[in-house]
Design a protein around this ligand. Structure first.
Ligand code: NAP
Length: 303
């Protein structure tokens, strides 16, 4: 099968190569999926180099989001069937989704309804689940609360903005000046241009969803009112809110949550945020383009 591999961590996306790789056998509880579309953000390259024991596994296939069709089941695999449309998040420590096929655990996949395009399906799993888990599991967001949604026009931030709006939260989106209208269109009640506006002017919020970190993350901690929560997806929290909670987490695949997310896309409550769409042959050039594409890059692997 065709696959993109990496073997040089320092080179990042510039070190990607399109090669031929053998397909793997499905182990217990695995499925093999023919990948129709794969979602990718370059920051995922932090976690593709080793297995769970820290052993080098390069050249490895990066990419963690996919939508496709199940082509084989491993011994004892239940819950999915051959020919079924699926989408989900692949393991951080196994070969990933920038390939024609993937072998992965069935539990990390959910059914993809027939009326949802594979490109849309591949754009949702990491962004949608991260937003869902950060807002509702870790942040315990409730109607009437306020949320500072950083990077509100980005892949995760746009999901945060839409899901928080849907439950009746007041959403203050942030990002670059050029992203203002996009963030407002996703449902933000107001927008802070981080390069030109004063972040401190937003006053106090119940929840900060940090996708940026650094100085922005530290300053945001001071904006959280007593009892509020700072949720970070970009590493350990350096400054904690006074009288509040802070949590950093890595998204996990969850079949029930994936089904909630895709149902919202079907009934129009949630809009996918897709930036550039390329083929597997063109993907390396797309990842290394200097042109800015807000939203998730999706690779159409199988037409
Ligand atoms: N822990 C987890 O489970 C998890 C899950 C998903 C993602 N992540 C991480 O979360 C981060 C965001 O992911 P994503 O997929 O949402 O990326 P993304 O689509 O690039 O979104 C990030 C958004 O924030 C904006 N932004 C970043 N720095 C900014 C700054 N200093 N000022 C103004 N705007 C800024 C970006 O604009 P520009 O493009 O112009 O910079 C972009 O619109 C990545 O580091 C990713 O690895 C973690």
């Amino acid at each position: 099968m065709k696959a993109i591999v990496v073997s040089d961590q320092a080179a990042g996306t510039a070190g990607m190569k399109l090669v031929e790789r053998p397909e793997r056998q499905a182990a217990i509880n695995d499925v093999i999926v023919q990948i129709h579309a794969s979602g990718f953000v370059p920051t995922e390259l932090t976690s593709t180099w080793t297995d769970r024991l820290g052993r080098d596994r390069t050249p490895s296939i990066p990419g963690h989001e996919l939508a496709g069709v199940v082509t084989a089941l491993g011994y004892g695999t239940t819950g999915l069937s051959v020919g079924q449309r699926v989408f989900g998040v692949a393991d951080w420590y196994r070969d990933g989704t920038l390939a024609e096929y993937i072998t992965m655990e069935a539990r990390n996949l959910a059914p993809l309804p027939g009326d949802v395009d594979f490109t849309v399906g591949a754009s949702l799993p990491i962004s949608g689940l991260t937003a869902w888990q950060g807002l509702f599991q870790h942040g315990r967001l409730q109607a009437g609360q306020s949320v500072l949604a950083h990077g509100a026009a980005g892949a995760v931030g746009s999901m945060v903005t839409q899901l928080a709006s849907e439950v009746g939260a007041y959403v203050i989106g942030t990002g670059r000046a050029a992203d203002r209208q996009k963030a407002l269109d996703f449902g933000a009640n107001e927008f802070v241009d981080l390069d030109n506006d004063s972040l401190e002017d937003v006053g106090r919020v119940d929840l900060v969803f940090d996708v940026i970190g650094g100085d922005i993350g530290k300053r945001s901690a001071h904006l959280i009112r007593a009892g509020g929560t700072l949720v970070s997806i970009v590493g350990s929290v350096e400054v904690w809110p006074v009288n509040g909670l802070a949590i950093d987490f890595v998204v996990e695949s969850d079949r029930a949550q994936l089904s909630e997310i895709v149902q919202r896309v079907r009934d129009g409550r949630l809009t996918a945020n897709i930036g550039n769409v390329s083929t597997l042959n063109d993907a390396i050039a797309a990842f290394n383009s200097t042109h800015r594409h807000a939203g998730k890059t999706v690779v159409r692997v199988h037409q």
